[in-house]
Design a protein around this ligand. Structure first.
Ligand SMILES: [Mg+2]
Length: 189
């Protein structure tokens, strides 16, 4: 397979939807208002959209993968109404102390997505609100990682102002899209 499509890798909680403590009910899904428009612009520029989420609530026994799937079905449905199509969602259900193949900051799901979707990781970006999101993007060899100030992002920026380089720090997903779309583009064939 050729690896020719750039992608935007997206954290879920605090990045696409409002951070709610161990969210596991579909009715609690609250997509940030700026998100659909930002994702549409990235799609129009040729980026595939891949969500990579740590869901340790499963490993901790707070909820099940079936709950995670229902939350994702709701998120997919609401985004689709706005015209946004997610190419894939990867979830790591393990708690931090459990062995995990893909839990961020592992780059494994990024590599899985590269193989299944034919992605060009060197021209792809990660957007998230936690340090593990940034590190996962760096570990995967992406062009860059962006920290949004939504979710836990603002607190992280305050706590680690000097430790976040080389992340790009932006207010939210709309500003992340602005920054990425201002970079030289690689057109998908
Ligand atoms: Mg998050």
């Amino acid at each position: 397979m050729t690896h020719s499509s750039p992608a935007i890798f997206l954290d879920r909680d605090g990045t696409l939807i409002a951070e709610k403590h161990y969210l596991h009910r579909p009715e609690e899904v609250e997509i940030f208002p700026e998100v659909p428009g930002a994702l549409l612009r990235l799609m129009a520029a040729g980026y595939r959209l891949v969500v990579i989420t740590n869901q340790s609530g499963v490993g901790r026994g707070y909820f099940t993968m079936a709950d995670v799937d229902r939350v994702h079905a709701q998120m997919i449905k609401e985004l689709r109404i706005q015209g946004v199509v997610l190419d894939a969602i990867y979830s790591a259900p393990e708690a931090p102390d459990q062995p995990s193949r893909g839990r961020k900051p592992s780059p494994q799901f990024f590599w899985d997505a590269r193989e299944s979707l034919g992605l060009d990781l060197a021209h792809s970006y990660m957007i998230g609100d936690k340090r593990v999101d940034l590190e996962a993007g760096w570990n995967a060899g992406l062009a860059g990682s962006l920290l949004v100030r939504t979710g836990y992002g603002a607190a992280l920026e305050k706590a680690e102002a000097e430790g976040l380089a080389p992340a790009i720090v932006v207010d939210n997903l709309a500003e992340a899209a602005d920054w990425i779309l201002s970079r030289p583009q690689v057109k998908a064939p």
